[in-house]
Design a protein around this ligand. Structure first.
Ligand code: HEC
Ligand code: HEC
Ligand code: HEC
Ligand code: HEC
Ligand code: HEC
Ligand code: HEC
Ligand code: HEC
Ligand code: HEC
Length: 468
């Protein structure tokens, strides 16, 4: 049962708002008498210790942008400040001292993981860590074991251009032994800003090797995981921001997972584009319901409380299928529980659609998955036969058949599946199944030719920046 916001908490909220307003008025009146032009930042003095106040006051001069963001946050009004999130124990591997506190007994870190938030928000952090946004997200780009080291090789050897210098790299760590700083630039500016990174520290306990800041699943030197600011942009940490599709669009976009594009094209996105400004975005947690909005955003379907569903920070919870990997299967194990996911997602739709509508949508998704899997199985069969005859090149990025096979699942196949799942006809069809079938037929042609001639064609017929 979803804990609805009760009468008491509504009274509490109103009372709190009145208290804050009254308190501010008193302070403002007192200060206005003392100072003819009232500096804004004096209002924040309520409820902070002298140590915490020093951080705020000095940083208001040195980094006003950060302090302004924080002042606009709910947490600042609840007395949570720089001190609560950035001060660490002297013994922390991340402990250092900024100019303003040198020589004191206070230690800080610019790195703040989900562990800090878990002191006050344990439930959100626990759910988050169970989802793909936790460990799995970083594993995808940092663990050499992932795909037999292929991704690490892609990031450093190919994209990092180590092949041009013929530098031998050892693949046993996240940052390969022997790599030069420029070889990390592609990963640091790309993959790791979405997925996360493993932060490496120098002797001064500050991050090195371009391993910070990082994306959603970032692994910190104290063993903690996760960056909550990817959706709750700092230093405002707002739920209203996180409920908007733009919060997800920073990472869920582009040719390989165009979720924001898919959304904007759907009827739901159309309603958001036309009426979003009239939606009520800042209802308290668990109390954001249809009426505050007419059509769902990403958060509504994947995270927010709606009807009798409670808010979750585990984005796997409402999913049936795995729509990102080579073959789509019902989710299980570390990827969630697809049987339960199906039931929960249907409950989301039921708030605004009748049973016939939802049944049709879910059936179409199931058939779209079956159709895509048929192509994938055909491709795998051809690949196995070519391999048995020694007709797959050693370098998958220079072999036309394997290049097309990559685009088949990673780009066009994902667009077809995810377009169908989230109701975007253009992605399901023109960027999806239409291109799936085209790629597939090109693969068949290459397969036939190789089987007939017993040779791999000397140059890849695929232009790597292909429109796939
Ligand atoms: C609710 C917790 C929280 C509060 C309060 C908070 N921060 Fe942060 N801060 C964070 C998080 C989270 C990050 C991102 C850290 C990361 O990516 O590892 C961050 C990052 C930073 C950074 C490094 C990033 C950059 O842009 O340079 C600085 C500096 C910083 N905060 C200063 C402050 C100051 C000054 C205050 C007080 C006005 C403050 N913070 C209040 C959580 C907080
Ligand atoms: C008297 C001014 C002053 C005070 C007080 C002060 N700071 Fe700073 N802080 C600075 C300056 C200047 C910098 C940038 C130069 C540096 O890192 O030393 C900085 C940097 C930082 C950074 C970023 C470090 C980095 O590596 O990028 C954080 C985080 C931070 N301070 C947090 C705090 C916290 C938390 C407090 C209170 C416990 C505090 N500061 C007190 C002036 C101050
Ligand atoms: C010392 C306790 C404390 C810490 C640490 C803390 N929070 Fe909070 N947080 C609070 C309190 C208290 C509120 C409720 C404020 C209110 O509703 O008035 C809150 C509210 C929030 C909200 C809801 C804001 C809104 O718009 O309603 C978000 C999001 C949030 N915190 C995220 C974080 C994140 C992310 C971190 C870690 C970087 C963090 N918090 C660390 C105490 C904390
Ligand atoms: C900083 C980047 C980033 C942001 C912002 C982000 N995500 Fe993700 N998301 C990822 C990555 C990376 C993955 C893939 C994780 C993996 O490797 O399994 C992912 C996976 C997912 C999945 C699949 C879950 C799973 O466990 O397999 C869903 C659903 C999802 N995100 C929804 C959202 C929603 C909704 C939002 C916004 C409210 C959002 N994401 C914001 C990066 C992000
Ligand atoms: C713009 C943000 C972004 C960038 C840059 C990015 N990814 Fe992703 N990646 C995602 C998202 C979002 C997903 C989840 C896709 C889905 O659910 O369909 C994902 C999924 C994946 C997956 C499948 C999930 C898993 O755990 O197996 C792998 C592997 C992966 N990415 C590796 C990489 C690598 C390697 C790079 C850099 C060469 C990279 N990504 C660059 C956002 C990004
Ligand atoms: C993928 C995006 C995303 C990430 C990552 C994320 N949040 Fe949230 N968070 C949201 C959304 C969306 C809501 C609003 C849910 C609703 O509508 O009730 C929310 C709400 C909250 C709230 C308000 C209370 C509640 O549970 O509704 C807190 C506190 C919070 N988040 C803390 C965190 C912390 C701590 C982390 C890091 C572990 C985190 N969030 C990471 C999207 C995110
Ligand atoms: C109308 C509800 C709805 C909205 C709005 C919505 N989604 Fe989805 N999403 C779904 C459904 C349904 C699925 C497929 C679930 C299943 O497997 O049964 C899905 C699947 C996904 C996946 C695929 C996970 C995988 O297996 O690879 C990601 C990632 C995702 N959504 C992210 C987003 C993002 C980001 C947005 C906003 C830009 C968004 N969604 C908007 C309902 C929605
Ligand atoms: C908050 C309410 C809300 C939720 C939740 C919601 N929808 Fe919708 N949906 C709408 C509205 C409003 C429209 C626009 C109706 C129209 O075309 O006039 C719409 C339209 C659609 C359409 C376009 C076809 C049509 O009927 O015109 C599809 C498909 C769809 N929704 C599927 C879903 C699915 C599947 C879910 C659950 C995963 C879902 N919706 C959840 C409100 C919602």
């Amino acid at each position: 049962m979803k804990p609805k916001i009760g009468v008491f908490s509504i009274i509490g909220l109103v009372a709190l708002a009145m208290l804050i307003a009254a308190g501010q008025a008193v302070i403002a009146a007192e200060q206005a008498a003392e100072y003819p032009s009232l500096p804004k930042e004096l209002i924040i003095k309520r409820g902070f210790t002298p140590d915490a106040l020093r951080c705020i006051e000095c940083h208001a001069k040195k980094m006003p942008g950060i302090v302004e963001g924080w002042k606009a946050s709910r947490m600042s009004h609840a007395g949570v400040s720089c001190y609560d999130c950035h001060v660490v124990k002297k013994t922390s591997p991340m402990a250092s001292q900024c100019e303003g506190i040198k020589g004191s007994q206070i230690f800080i870190s610019p790195m703040v993981s989900s562990k800090t938030c878990s002191r006050c928000h344990p439930q959100e952090v626990e759910q988050f860590l169970k989802s793909g946004h936790g460990k799995l997200a970083t594993a995808a780009v940092m663990d050499p074991a992932k795909a037999g080291g292929k991704l690490i090789k892609l990031q450093f050897w190919y994209e990092g251009a180590a092949f041009m210098d013929g530098i031998k790299l050892k693949w046993n760590t996240g940052t390969p032994v022997g790599s030069k700083p420029y070889m990390r630039a592609s990963r640091a500016s790309g993959c790791q800003m979405c997925h996360g990174t493993t932060v490496e520290l120098g002797p001064d306990h500050k991050p090195i090797n371009q391993t910070w800041p990082g994306g959603v699943g970032t692994r910190y030197p104290d063993g903690s995981v996760g960056t909550c600011t990817v959706c709750h942009t700092r230093h405002k940490f707002s739920i209203a921001d996180a409920r908007k599709p733009e919060a997800c669009g920073a990472c869920h976009l582009g040719p390989d997972h165009p979720n924001i594009e898919i959304y904007m094209e759907s009827k739901h996105g159309q309603n958001y584009l036309v009426h979003g400004e009239e939606y009520k975005w800042d209802s308290p947690p668990e109390a954001w319901e249809p009426g505050d909005y007419l059509a769902p955003t990403c958060a509504t379907c994947h995270m927010s409380g709606i009807g009798d569903l409670a808010t979750t920070h585990n984005v796997q919870e409402r999913l049936k299928w795995d729509l990102m990997h080579k073959k789509s299967v019902v989710r299980s194990g570390a990827r969630g529980d697809g049987v339960k996911g199906e039931k929960l997602m249907r409950k989301v739709c039921a708030n605004c659609h009748g049973p016939t509508h939802t049944k049709t949508q879910r059936a179409t998704l199931n058939y779209a998955v079956e159709l895509y899997n048929k192509y994938w199985d055909g491709a795998t069969k051809m690949a196995a036969e070519l391999k048995a005859k020694g007709l797959l090149g050693p370098d998958p990025w220079q072999d036309g058949f394997q290049e097309l096979m990559y685009y088949l699942w990673h780009h066009t196949g994902r667009r077809a599946r995810q377009g169908a799942a989230m109701n975007a006809p253009d992605y399901a069809h023109w960027h999806g199944f239409f291109q799936v079938f085209q790629l597939y037929q090109d693969m068949v042609n290459i397969y036939d030719r190789r089987m007939k001639t017993g040779k791999i064609e000397p140059y890849s017929p695929v232009i790597s920046s292909a429109p796939y």
